[in-house]
Design a protein around this ligand. Structure first.
Ligand code: FES
Length: 68
């Protein structure tokens, strides 16, 4: 099931935006590197930074195959 909800309110980035960005990522084995490119693609976590941990958790769930 593909969930969708707003993860980063500052930049209006949703779960689906992050999931798509992760799936377009070639460095699929490193959470922090993936985070950096997801951040470049979506601009998530470039405002208040309050969503940083949420974004990291989502990326690791997707990479571990426990999401989507
Ligand atoms: S909620 Fe993502 S940067 Fe503020």
């Amino acid at each position: 099931m593909k969930e969708n909800y707003m993860v980063c309110n500052c930049k209006q980035v949703s779960y689906a935006n992050i999931a798509d960005a992760v799936q377009n990522n070639t460095k699929f084995d490193d959470v922090l590197k993936t985070f950096e490119s997801v951040q470049k693609i979506t601009n998530c976590s470039t405002g208040c930074g309050g969503c940083h941990q949420k974004v990291l958790d989502i990326i690791s769930d997707i990479m571990n195959g426990t999401a989507i």
